[in-house]
Every structure is written in structure tokens, then in C-alpha cells.
Design a protein. Structure first.
Length: 312
């Protein structure tokens, strides 16, 4: 519940508060989503834990797209109240922790770095082990599908095991048939990346256009912009340089407007001739990450998301 202008208390179901906050986060309003959760006075320990869990997801979205550094603190707060979560909530918290660790291995030392070079092999192995455990322990098909999705990302982007990743993405896509557009979008996005690198531009277009549609339907504003970036890449690959440039310029404008600084940098680099899907030197497989290869934040990049800007 939150205070109204009259100083009274408004009672709102915690399900509605969590849903509203996550929807705000997915359209790029990360700070407002966090403020909504922080202004909520949960009625009991279970509700408090669920609010804390949602705050972790909001922080993850903000960190990924806008370069903030909020997740570690939110994870700590959620772990403090883990005893009040049911078994599904405990799985969700463990999965959010996995996402945070994966992002930390991808965005390392202030730069976007794929592969295992310069990283602790034991840590990478533990990230994979945790994803495998989450798949085994998942309480339902969709959650198992999300674990499969991350097993594919880990294979592709941490271990450079290109041949192993598509099977995980395909399993995630099958799980998404239970009704999760966001999971389907992620799986199609990365399957299309493999199609693109294999030279199957027709199949890549089918998957990437469908991923864009599903992302939009799920309310993912920065995520849809990042997906359109791949369509710009495909347009350039297939000879439509003018169309690619026009789309990229719109992506820059939209990304800047919502505060999605990583996508803005990616699209700007694309306009200068860079290929966002090209692997960094020494890493053969490509990536469809929403961050540009070797992206490094400019000096003084803000570490907070301003109200009215911005996620995934």
C-alpha cells in the first residue's frame, strides 16, 4: 500500500504492485518501478519477500540496459528475507542470482567480454553447474525453459561452445509454448543469430521478426529496440544499406529517449560501420547480446536511472 494525497493508506494487492513494477521496468521506467516497490508497505513477511524479489528483477533490467549497478544490493536484501518465500520464490531468487552472475561474467572490468579468456575457470564452471541445477529443480516447464535458455547463453558466450547452444535454445522455445512470450522472444533471438551466422538469412529474418513482435507484445521497449538492431544488421547483410541506416537512426533516437545507453551506443557504432553481431577478436561465435562488442562506458556515465527514462 502507498500513501495518497489525503494522507490515508490505499490498499492494493501485492500481485498488482509487483505486476505494475515489472511492466514499468520492461518499458524502460526502472527508477519509477523501483520507487513503486520501495513505497509499498507489505502486509506480512511473504509479501515483503515478494516485493524484494521484484526489486531484484527491476535492478537487473536497469543494470543491463542503462549501465547502473543496483542488483547486488537488491539481491542481498532479497536473500535476507528468503525464508519468507515459498519454493517457487526461492527458485526465482536463485535464478535472478544466476542472471546477475552471468551478466557479471559478460560485462567484466568495464568492458563487454565474451569467452573464458582472463576469467576464473572454476567460477565459469560453477555458473554452468548452477544453471543445470536450476533446470533440474524447476517447479514448472516455463521455469525449466528459462534455465535452458541460460545454459545456451553460457555455452555460447562463456565457453564458446557454439554447437552446443542451439539445442538449449530450442528446448527453451518449446517450453515457451506454455505461454511465455518473453522466453520465446529470447530463444528466437538467439536461434536467429545462429541462422544468420550460418548464412540462412531467410530463416534468421523469420525468427528475428517474430522475436521483435513477441517482445513488443510483452511490452519490452528496450528489448524490442535491441531486436530491431538485429534486423538492421540483416538489412545491411542482404544489401539494403539505406534501410539499415534508417532503422539504426531511429533506434538511436528511441534508445537515447528512454535512457537505454547500451543500445544507443550499439546503434551509433553500427552507423559508423560496426557489426554488433561480430565476435570480438579471439572469440569465434557471435553474440546477440543487447550490449555492443567491447562497449566501454564513456567517462562519467551516470550510475542512476533518472525518473521518466528507461529496461529490458
Amino acid at each position: 500500500m502507498t500513501n495518497t494525497e489525503m494522507g490515508t493508506r490505499a490498499w492494493v494487492p501485492v500481485d498488482d504492485v509487483v505486476a505494475a513494477a515489472l511492466e514499468l521496468a520492461r518499458v524502460g521506467r526502472w527508477q519509477r518501478a523501483a520507487a513503486l516497490l520501495d513505497a509499498t508497505a507489505p502486509g506480512d513477511g511473504e509479501d515483503r519477500a515478494r516485493i524484494a524479489l521484484a526489486a531484484v528483477e527491476v535492478a537487473l533490467e536497469s543494470d543491463w540496459f542503462s549501465g547502473t549497478d543496483l542488483t547486488a544490493q537488491r539481491l542481498g536484501a532479497a536473500r535476507d528475507v528468503v525464508a519468507d518465500l515459498d519454493s517457487d520464490g526461492r527458485w526465482d531468487l536463485a535464478f535472478l542470482g544466476l542472471r546477475h552472475e552471468y551478466a557479471g561474467q559478460i560485462f567484466s572490468g568495464g568492458a563487454f567480454r565474451l569467452g573464458s579468456e582472463g576469467k576464473d575457470a572454476r567460477v565459469l564452471a560453477e555458473v554452468r553447474r548452477r544453471a543445470e541445477a536450476l533446470r533440474t529443480q524447476a517447479p514448472d516447464t516455463v521455469r525449466a525453459g528459462w534455465a535452458e535458455m541460460y545454459l545456451g547463453l553460457i555455452a555460447d558466450n562463456l565457453f564458446a561452445e557454439r554447437d552446443a547452444a542451439p539445442a538449449h535454445y530450442a528446448a527453451a522455445l518449446r517450453a515457451a509454448e506454455q505461454g511465455d512470450d518473453r522466453l520465446a522472444r529470447e530463444a528466437l533471438r538467439h536461434l536467429g543469430d545462429h541462422d544468420h551466422d550460418d548464412g540462412d538469412h531467410v530463416r534468421a529474418r523469420e525468427r528475428w521478426e517474430r522475436a521483435t513482435e513477441l517482445g513488443a507484445r510483452a511490452g519490452l521497449v528496450p528489448g524490442t529496440l535491441s531486436q530491431q538492431m538485429l534486423l538492421a544488421v540483416l538489412a545491411r547483410t542482404t544489401g539494403d544499406a539505406a534501410g539499415a541506416e534508417a532503422l539504426a537512426r531511429e533506434i538511436v533516437r528511441w534508445a537515447k529517449a528512454v535512457g537505454a545507453v547500451h543500445i544507443e551506443a550499439q546503434a551509433t557504432a553500427f552507423l559508423s560501420g560496426a557489426d554488433p553481431t561480430a565476435p570480438p577478436a579471439g572469440h569465434e561465435p557471435s553474440t546477440t547480446s543487447d550490449l555492443p562488442p567491447r562497449y566501454e562506458p564513456s567517462p562519467g556515465t551516470a550510475t542512476e536511472v533518472h525518473m521518466g527514462s528507461n529496461p529490458r
